[in-house]
Design a protein around this ligand. Structure first.
Ligand SMILES: NC(=O)c1ccc[n+]([C@@H]2O[C@H](COP(=O)([O-])OP(=O)(O)OC[C@H]3O[C@@H](n4cnc5c(N)ncnc54)[C@H](O)[C@@H]3O)[C@@H](O)[C@H]2O)c1
Length: 334
């Protein structure tokens, strides 16, 4: 079988490809990725020369590229996106282009190619934010995105469902929490904190670290997508549940893993419109038999070890890269 993975040079896409090569070694994998700042072919170095793996450098917003990448494909797993909330605040239009238009172009080509399944990877952020006592999101929660990133992902989810309802394209969607694991770009919280500490720098924690996120190991995410491809019902959405932790709890776990203390925390301002809490009720997927295997408390020290041992991977692109300038964020006010 031939599977097209979009955004396979990114964090989750590269981990998904590693997972797929191991669990479905007979399949042909095509990785379509334009290699933005977040795409790292080094994450897939071990696959160079593998006859079942092909890389196409191309943009999902380019119709001709997408059409030719789709040739002979049976399953599409769509990860390609602009994914960093801070960047979306600085440059929202790029997010609309890649996440909404790019998804629509892929859907159109998938329909023409009569693929057997188009699986769309999305985020719990489309449902907005929760207060401390609110029940977690379910598949029936209303969409209420609050940042350009989550709004563009919401737009992509709607397009995917529209292609199912209007044209009968066999789709499934998963929305999940923040992922953690190896090959994660150091602009995101966990790898940024670990790599900063390895470089002897402090970690920038927004507010007092009171915001709550759910965390899902990237390998659990890859398995859950495979599970949905096999057991999920066409046209359905499944939420993948992780573990709820405050950002302060995650920060302390990282500090402990590296033998450091809270003096390494630098408290910084919240981002504009910073969502307070995300949480997921994953019963729909669990009722089909899917279970999370990883545990963030046990796994964060292993993730920290990975960054320590694999500085060749992250140092070259962390060095010299400006951190997104949050002072340049647009805001309506003085
Ligand atoms: N990281 C998370 O915690 C998380 C959680 C839930 C959902 N998601 C979703 O999972 C998907 C993957 O997230 P990630 O963290 O791996 O992102 P990432 O930013 O690490 O990787 C995105 C990849 O997409 C590629 N890409 C971007 N624009 C492209 C374009 N126009 N054409 C082709 N390729 C393009 C980039 O080069 C990169 O390799 C995204 O759709 C994201 O919304 C991520």
């Amino acid at each position: 079988m031939k599977i097209l993975v979009t955004g396979g040079a990114g964090f989750i896409g590269s981990n998904f490809i590693h997972y797929w090569v191991k669990s479905h070694p007979e399949d042909q994998i095509v990785n379509l990725d334009v290699l933005t700042y977040a795409g790292h072919l080094e994450s897939l170095k071990d696959l160079e020369g593998n006859p079942n793996y092909t890389f196409i450098k191309g943009d999902i917003t380019d119709e001709n590229t997408v059409k030719s990448a789709m040739s002979g494909v049976e399953i599409v797993v769509h990860f390609a996106a602009e994914s960093h909330v801070d960047r979306s605040i600085v440059n929202p239009l790029q997010f609309v282009k890649t996440n909404v238009l790019g998804t629509a172009i892929l859907l159109n080509a998938a329909l023409d190619a009569k693929v057997k399944r188009f699986h769309h990877v999305s985020t719990d952020e489309v449902y907005g934010q929760l207060d401390s006592n609110d029940p977690p999101f379910t598949e029936n929660s209303p969409y209420n995105p609050r940042a350009p990133y989550s709004a563009s992902k919401a737009g992509s989810d709607h397009m995917v469902r529209a292609y199912f309802e209007t044209y009968g394209l066999p789709i499934t969607i998963t929305n999940c929490a923040n992922n953690y694991g190896s090959y994660h770009d150091p602009e995101k919280l966990i790898p940024r904190f670990i790599t900063n500490l390895l470089e002897g720098k402090k970690v920038p924690l927004m507010g007092r670290g009171e915001n709550i996120r759910e965390w899902l190991h990237v390998e659990d995410h890859a398995e859950a997508i495979d599970f949905v491809l096999q057991k999920g019902k066409v046209g359905e959405t499944y939420l993948i549940q992780g573990e709820e932790k405050t950002n302060m709890e995650i920060t302390k776990m990282i500090l402990n893993a590296l033998g450091m203390d809270e003096s390494m925390i630098e408290y910084v301002e919240h981002r504009l419109g910073h969502d307070f809490r995300y949480a997921i009720n994953g019963e729909k997927l669990q009722s089909l038999g899917w279970e999370r295997k990883h545990n963030v408390g046990e796994d964060l020290p292993k993730v920290a070890e990975w960054y320590k041992a694999n500085q060749w991977w992250w140092k070259p692109f962390k060095e010299g890269r400006p951190i997104v300038d949050r002072s340049a964020q647009k805001s309506y006010g003085p």
